[in-house]
Design a protein around this ligand. Sequence first.
Ligand code: ACO
Length: 432
Amino acid sequence: MSNQNITLTDTAKLFISDKEYDLPITIGTENEVGIDISQLRNKSGAITFDSGYGNTGSCQSAITFIDGEKGILQYRGYPIEELAGKSNFIETSFLLIFGHLPNKKELERFQFQLTHHSLIHEDMKKFFEGFPPKAHPMGILSAMVSSLSAFYPEDGYNVDVELNIVRLLAKLKTIAAFSFKKSVGQPYIYPRNDLGYASDMIHMMFAVPSEAYEVPKVVEEALDLLLILHADHEQNCSTSTVRMVGSSEANLFASISAGICALWGPLHGGANQEVIQMLEKIKNDGGDYKKYIGLAKNKESKFKLMGFGHRVYKNFDPRAKILKASADRVLKELGVTDPLLDIAKNLEEIALKDDFFIERKLYPNVDFYSGIIYRAMGIPTNMFTVMFALGRLPGWIAQWKEMRETPGARIYRPRQIYIGDTKRPYIPLEKR
Ligand code: ACO
């Protein structure tokens, strides 16, 4: 939320008991106002308390801007709707990481690098073999990304960060596709340099050595769109995790591996898998979606409408709007009818008119329709969050790079309000 009337010469005033403290103001390029409390503890002994960081700015960033009240999302100043309609995932990745749209030469070089670094070391195949067949691909993905640090170690400060960035971007789709092949017990399909990023990913997942396979255009385009829409989302749980781990100067691969773990949770990137499981449950229960709206409103049921609600968007999620239209188009072009899409639309329609959801400003988020598109593309449910991670990778990299390049960047180290026992003497075992 911006406030046009506040200027940099203003200060915020804080009173603690009878003492007054002046706190400097910081203002972003979109007029977002922050109160700088970094010296508050030194001056007053007090810290600010903000459980879940809902009102805490952890950094200054020039990558992504969100206005949750207005439903605005921009990467490096470009509206998501324009990028979704006119750009592609590779160009958008370059934009996020390097801060500007690439010219022709830069784009060609980047594309060349991403194809020519997509093989993974043959020894890494042995790691895949060690996982049980039912292993969740997110666990494999995180472990493999962390393992990349063993193959491309940082040699003190003499590390070619740009090369490692390219390696990671190029190899993540190979790792993701291999983890899928592992789960279905099929031979790995190697990356192909003649295919684009999205089509190579689909090819590695669905091709088999015994027959030719051509990636349907509609599937390639749908995946590219999904990747763009997921590419960054400022300081969410996984991105903050990447920054948190990276702030200790941990290497790129270790930091991104941690971000993948954070994304896995059902309240974050894992929600796309949960949405489909929820829709299937409703379908198997006779399709009575109204009953589930009732359950979501009843706190005692512990049931949540997965794919609904967002910490930041309080009007609509612009990504969900784009995906709803895309879901209709993709299913039509692929000739897929999915009863889950109808249940999803009914849930959305009824929830948007219901006071419970209106009062709490709960709207469909990006995960509400993405799963339906993935299903239509033939991607199994447990791979949905992996696809999200693939999309989010350039954002994580951009945020990690920005943090590492910020002069005077400090290790992330929040404070706490201790509520445990006060000092007490140790009790010997025989007296307990
Ligand atoms: N269904 C039913 N009620 C909900 C839902 C939901 N999906 N989401 C929030 N609420 C209710 C809460 O119970 C709370 O009600 P109360 O004020 O009466 O206590 C109110 O709405 C505010 O919700 P919070 O949980 O406080 O909001 P918060 O910002 O902490 O959480 C979150 C946001 C995690 C996204 C939450 O809305 C949620 O759990 N949604 C379902 C999971 C999901 O879709 N996650 C994906 C998010 S997008 C992403 O990460 C890519």
